[in-house]
Ligand binder design. Sequence first.
Ligand code: RB5
Length: 149
Amino acid sequence: MTDVKRIVLSSDHAAIELRQKIADHIKALGFEPVDIGPTTPESTHYPKHGEAAANLVAKGEADLGIVLCGTGQGIMMAANKVKGIRCGVCSETFSAKMIRAHNNANMLSIGARVTGQDLAIEIVDAFLTTEFEGGRHGTRVDMITEIEA
Ligand code: RB5
């Protein structure tokens, strides 16, 4: 995915360490991480962090987004409320590839209390290195977009 460069990252308090590890990893791969925090460990609210990351993707200020919370579920739900966002939670690499290849997902969510850090990195790699296949999958993704309208 040669045209993907800017990756926004956000999380709640449950996933700060994993988020920073992912940011370092993707930077080493040549991506530009846009880490919008938070950086301090106080309890916070995942919806606002999911929304903030999703807004950057929806506005085209980031190519893709990675969000994290304890399960990955809450922050995924929040991100998906932003128009134009297709975010999936993944705890294994097959789904991380398929949400790009078939669903043209523009955001990935991971649960830091579900998925070990090394596997999370593999999931991120699978997501960032898989391209959308288009074709019949494009028709179906268009149908998702029509639901928003
Ligand atoms: C926070 O305790 C936790 O609820 C949150 O990280 C996430 O798992 C919600 O979906």
